[in-house]
Design a protein around this ligand. Structure first.
Ligand code: FUC
Length: 768
């Protein structure tokens, strides 16, 4: 079996869910086991969550807020925390969990003792899982995909001998369903409701369409006998999206059935590859390694985990991240949750919700740079969903205007605090951080209509903060109460605390939100008293400070931290995803950021997948390719399952997305008002080629590099903005064979562009 950098493949069926392969169309997902006799596809639909929307805002918050603030400013941390845990916590303490849709089982009449040539693969080029094997002289093939254009999951079962296919199939959801029944003689349907009367209800249907043989139902079983080939079509619809979800479920099924299998497959591939094919990446392997082609993906991961290196696997990991985003976040669906859409449990880890003190945002880090901008949209829709609840939380809990969210949200956009867990719960910055994604989308796409539409949302997030901020004893504007997610500090007297005034991350997010709002207002030509207020508030925000170890200070005071190697590195928000600490513009802060990272890592940091993924991006921003690479290897070696899913542990998808974004940051950056090629490539990546990355300012970047240096690049301009390259190499720019005039200013080379034109960049010699 030949390896290519866009295929995951295995010599064996999945032994467990953690080895099964994911398919998805944004909304409808499956984990395919590839088991020979008892094929299992664990199913998900992104709106199947338990329970209805509830108002969890604590009515005692506002009247206790002044006391909590006072206790904090008097250093009476424990008392403040005790009161906060009663007065600020949501009632009840938790939002709603995401749940599994169930499983589809196909029980084949095959003697698995006789099986040869088994291969199970996920082909990223066409987003299909295929299982092939031979048994008793028959070659069998099963192909699985989840179609976005037709909104159904399709399973094609075929063989190279007639009448070779016989199986029965059932839908299951443990004890958690209302009804299962046959529908005609070729369909079975399952109905379930998730909790209360106002909760989500759904139905799932599966239909067999066979070539040859017979189809029938007995009880809840759908039975296929002696068919030549079978197409199984699975549809699901929920009351979250459709009032008459049952009718919708049938419509999806009938519409898909009206199309032949090959048409369904073609439509799926055409739609998917429009997104997937935008980006090509091939980092050359330093040495050609013999026999790697005979190792399957699990064996290659094992080899890497044993200390070897494998650049092809890194190329694969990158494209797998893009595949996952396309498969779990499409326009019109819900955003990618902690597990994307793939979850087998009724009560998954952390409810498989949206944790918005890092995880959800990380899911979307690759969306713009990896040319999947439309996959970012579900997040924007969700921010809108959070606005009304967030407004209410702002008023009820804090007496403030605007909208606020804490460190989690759920399908209903719940914004009240989650859990009673002091290190995380009382953090009022979730909405503000999410709104920076609106601005980021604009920075890449320069879509003014979009900016006009989302500006009021950004403004509301900022208005909350204008009201919520208080002056500390040094006259600085700070959040109170808050936390530095999810770390603990130690006071001089040995007391430990989490709740605090003005953690550094908050000031950095506020700075970035306020400056983004001002930039947006300038672009839209709406200067107002609002922007004036922002400007004067910015003056009073605490500036990033360097602490006693030379580190970026995590809290407003230079406290000791209880866990020096903590997985959250919130105070480096300004380094990544923010752009406040940069090597070129703020070298002192960049140096302090390096010290901070080194301290974290020396004390065991990066021990969860997402933490490691964040660290990769940070080293890349510090232009340290070797460290970024070391941590990328760490991500693959310690935090990646055999199906390439990230492992917190357990499975959590953020590390996949953070890792994918990190690979881009190593190859190309655009956060300093210019494009920088190869800012952090390690010596192992001395040559390679990439096409289709997106850079801020409305540009697409293709480039090739050799011996660690750029050989040529093409920048396509979509919006006609001036293009700045950050480089110390002498370059020549041309367009359609004609030289283009450049202006050189220090390490910046700027040239004018026209929308629709491509600019060829050639490197002349080392320095100019
Ligand atoms: C945050 C992290 C945890 C985990 C959870 C879902 O609370 O601190 O490590 O990722 O989210």
């Amino acid at each position: 079996m030949e390896n290519k950098t866009t295929r995951l493949w295995y010599k064996r069926p999945a032994d467990s869910w953690n080895e099964a392969l994911p398919i998805g169309n944004g909304r409808l997902g499956g984990m395919v086991y590839g088991t020979i006799e008892n094929e299992q596809i664990q199913l998900n639909e992104d709106s199947i969550w338990y329970g209805d929307p509830i108002d969890r805002n604590n009515p005692d918050a506002l009247k206790n807020l002044p006391k909590i603030r006072r206790l904090l400013s008097e250093g009476r941390i424990k008392e403040a925390e005790k009161l906060a845990s009663m007065a600020l916590s949501g009632i009840p303490e938790s939002q709603r969990p995401y749940q599994t849709m169930g499983e589809l089982f196909l029980n084949f009449e095959i003697d698995s003792g006789e099986v040869d040539d088994y291969v199970r693969e996920l082909d990223l080029d066409n987003a299909t899982v295929t299982v092939r094997f031979s048994a008793n002289g028959v070659n069998y093939k099963r192909q699985f995909f989840s179609s976005f254009p037709d909104q159904v999951m399709v399973i094609r079962i075929s063989a190279d001998k007639p009448k070779a296919i016989s199986f029965s199939s059932v839908l299951r959801r443990g004890r958690y369903l209302d009804e299962v029944k046959a529908f005609g003689n070729n369909t079975i349907a399952m109905y379930a409701s998730c909790g209360s009367e106002k909760g989500v209800k759904f139905c799932t249907m599966v239909r067999a369409v066979s070539e040859g043989g017979t189809i029938s139902t007995i009880g809840e079983n759908l039975i296929v006998e002696e068919a030549d080939a079978v197409t199984m079509i699975l549809s699901a619809a929920t009351s979250f999206y459709h009032k008459d979800y049952q009718e919708q479920c049938i419509r999806y099924l009938n519409d898909a059935e009206a199309l032949k299998y090959n048409v369904l497959l073609d439509r799926h591939i055409q739609d998917y590859s429009k997104l997937f094919n935008r980006v090509y990446l091939n980092i050359d392997s330093p040495d050609s390694i013999d026999n790697l082609g005979t190792l399957d993906t699990a064996e290659r991961l094992k080899r890497l985990q044993a200390g070897e290196e494998d650049t092809e696997l890194i190329n694969l990991y990158f494209q797998f991240g893009r595949y996952l985003l396309i498969s779990c976040s499409r326009p019109g669906c819900l955003p990618a949750n902690l597990q994307g859409i793939w979850n087998k449990d009724m009560l998954p880890p952390w409810d498989s919700k949206y944790t918005i003190n890092i995880n959800t945002q990380m899911n979307y880090w690759p969306s713009e740079s990896c040319n999947l901008s439309e996959c970012h949209e579900p997040l924007f829709d969700h921010i809108e969903r959070m606005r009304a609840p967030g407004r209410r939380t702002a008023q009820v809990m804090y007496g403030c205007r605007g909208f606020v969210a804490h460190h989690n949200t759920d399908i209903w956009g719940d914004t009240a605090p989650q859990d009673i867990y002091i290190p995380a719960t009382y953090w009022p910055m979730g909405a503000a951080w999410l709104c920076l994604h609106l601005w980021e989308h604009y920075e890449y796409q320069l879509d003014q209509e979009f900016l006009e539409r989302v500006f009021p949302t950004m403004k509301e997030a900022a208005e909350f903060l204008l009201d919520f901020l208080i002056e500390d004893d040094k006259g600085r504007l700070v959040t109170s109460p808050s936390v530095s997610p999810e770390n603990t500090y130690i006071l001089d007297n040995g007391e430990r605390g989490c709740l605090c005034i003005g953690p550094s991350m908050d000031s950095q997010i506020i700075y970035m939100l306020f400056t983004s709002c001002i930039s947006a207002a300038n672009i839209l030509g709406i200067e107002s008293s609002f922007t004036e207020q922002l400007k004067s508030a910015i003056e009073k925000l605490p500036k990033p400070q360097i602490g006693k170890y030379g580190q970026i200070q995590e809290w407003a005071e230079d406290y000791e931290e209880a866990e020096i190697g903590h997985r959250h590195i919130s105070h480096l928000f300004g380094l990544y995803p923010g752009n406040m600490f940069t090597v070129h513009k703020t070298p002192e802060l960049a140096k302090a950021a390096r010290v901070t990272l080194e301290r974290r890592l020396k004390h065991g940091g990066g021990h969860t997948g997402w933490s490691r993924a964040w660290i990769i991006n940070m080293w890349a921003r510090l232009k340290d390719g070797e460290k970024a690479y070391e941590n990328l290897l760490g991500l693959l070696r310690k935090s990646t399952q055999y199906n390439m899913f990230d492992s917190h542990p357990p499975f959590q998808i953020d590390g996949n997305f953070g890792g994918t974004a990190g690979i881009v940051e190593m190859i190309m950056q655009s956060h300093e008002n210019g494009i920088e090629f190869l800012p952090a490539v390690p010596k192992q990546w001395s040559s390679g080629k990439v096409q289709g990355l997106r850079a801020r300012g409305g540009f697409t970047v293709d480039m090739e590099w050799k011996k660690g240096r750029l050989s040529e690049a093409v920048i396509s301009s979509h919006c006609g903005k001036d293009c700045t390259l950050i480089t110390n190499q002498k370059i020549l720019v041309s367009c359609e064979g004609q030289p283009v005039e450049t202006i050189i200013n220090g390490n910046e080379v700027t040239f004018a562009t026209k929308a629709g034109n491509a600019y060829h960049i050639m490197v002349c010699s080392k320095m100019h």
